[in-house]
Design a protein around this ligand. Structure first.
Ligand code: ASP
Ligand code: MG
Length: 439
């Protein structure tokens, strides 16, 4: 069975929900459908939570009431029959009363998770009711019954596999199986989530757990592009990506996919296809275990990067210097993206500046520290294994007019990263596109 995931904009209005239902039922085959909350809803639930944290029940109630009105209007538009309108309005009444109940109790992160979960609970109930109204054999299986994280807040894959298999086997014969993206329980059974944008992750975990034939992520873009179409002229969708190439691209900026979600799919060898709800017959991008020999696939950029260079005469012939440097970053829970070393120094980049002052203070014990903010990592992705001669020089050639502060190559077979100033980003991306793809 295929797993199909639809994000917030794909279910963002009554009409969009109808389009999704048309799309998932048109060929009559059985499918697992993972849905996000309607677009904007999770942000609104975050806003409600902020009011509740600040002990402002009126503020929270105002937004809850506005959201309720919006949903009631969707119901009127979505359903044709009184029966389903009434049924869904009753469900919404219970949901919004439940949200209002949080204004009367102490609000902690525990309650916040319950509030944030309601967006997906509402969207999946609405779509399930609509499919039932249309006479489609549909069942809603709650993600809270099989999606679970472990004590490190990582998905508990073995548990998910076992539970999901049991639950799907106990419900044979349906055409459409609906479930919620994003939401889960934690190791203690409490309601939790897979972090913002986590519905992709849900879909990949389910697809991997059930060894689906394919995981489809439906958005409103035509697959992954070979460069950022908002910045660069003449970009094209990439038809095929190796799992690791897709992971690099997702991490370094191509917003279309949740960066960690590829891992379970890669692990189980289940292909992931990115498709466009606005143009459902377009081929999109397939992500699988195939490497296209010697091919550069795409370029992506990550902004808001800070580089830190530590130079020390003591590094010369000293062992343990890098460990000491890295330990400082670790102690401030700050992860490092790029690293370059020389005999007398090391440069790293970070994207989380929360502890920058403390980190610099600690690093100064080991040498001279230089910091550059507003930098940008440009990453070139493809089959760039070192025995494929000439690809790294092609990328470097494209940047010959642009000041490059760091280069990282050889960390994997699929990536070369360049650190440039943010102000040079557009020029760098355009020049890479022109050199690598638009010859
Ligand atoms: N609704 C959640 C969010 O907005 C999860 C998702 O859309 O993937 O982050
Ligand atoms: Mg998303």
């Amino acid at each position: 069975m295929k797993v199909m995931k639809f994000g917030g904009t794909s279910v963002g209005s009554a009409q969009r929900m109808k389009d999704v239902c048309q799309l998932i039922t048109q060929d009559g085959t059985s499918k697992i459908v993972v849905l996000s909350a309607m677009s904007g809803t999770t942000n609104t639930l975050v806003e409600i939570s902020d009011y509740l944290y600040k002990k402002n029940p009126e503020g929270a109630n105002n937004i809850i009431n506005q959201l309720e009105q919006k949903y009631r209007a969707h119901v009127n538009e979505l359903y044709a029959t009184e029966e389903y309108k009434q049924k869904t309005l009753e469900f919404l009444k219970e949901e919004f009363d439940y949200l209002r109940s949080f204004t009367k109790i102490l609000f902690t992160s525990f309650e916040e998770k319950m509030v944030l979960a309601q967006g997906e609970i509402i969207s999946t109930n609405m779509v399930t009711n609509y499919l039932k109204e249309c006479g489609v054999k549909t069942v809603l299986l709650s993600a809270l019954d099989f999606m679970r994280t472990d004590k490190n807040s990582e998905p508990d894959f073995n548990y998910i596999k076992e539970k999901a298999t049991d639950i799907f086997e106990a419900n044979p014969g349906y055409e459409i199986y609906i479930t919620q993206g994003f939401i889960c329980r934690n190791a203690y059974g409490e309601i939790d989530n897979l972090l913002r944008g986590g519905s992709d992750y849900t879909a990949c975990l389910i697809g991997a757990a059930l060894m689906s034939e394919e995981i489809q992520i439906w958005t409103d873009i035509d697959g992954m592009h070979n460069n950022d179409p908002r910045i660069v002229d003449h970009t094209e969708p990439v038809r095929q990506l190796y799992f690791e190439e897709a992971a690099e691209l997702a991490y370094f900026g191509a917003k279309i996919l949740h960066p960690t979600c590829i891992q379970p799919a890669k692990f189980s060898g289940v292909p992931v296809r990115l498709l466009n709800t606005m143009d459902p017959t377009a081929p999109g991008t397939i992500i699988n275990n195939e490497i296209q020999y010697g091919k550069i696939k795409a370029v992506a950029a990550k902004d808001n990067i800070t580089s830190i260079q530590i130079q020390s005469s003591r590094m010369l012939l000293a062992h343990g210097f890098l460990r000491k440097v890295f330990e400082i970053f670790e102690s401030y829970k700050t992860s490092i993206d790029m690293v370059s070393t020389s005999e007398v120094g090391v440069s790293v980049t970070i994207d989380n500046k929360s502890y920058l002052k403390d980190i610099i203070a600690d690093l100064m014990k080991y040498g001279t520290v230089t910091v550059n903010e507003n930098m940008c990592i440009i990453c070139v992705v493809g089959d760039l294994a070192w025995h494929n001669v000439g690809f790294e020089s092609l990328a470097t050639q494209a940047l010959k007019e642009i000041p490059v502060q760091m280069i990282s190559y050889g960390g994997s077979n699929h990536n070369i990263s360049f650190l440039v100033k943010e102000e040079d980003k557009k020029r760098a991306l355009q020049s890479l596109s022109d050199t690598l793809f638009n010859k």
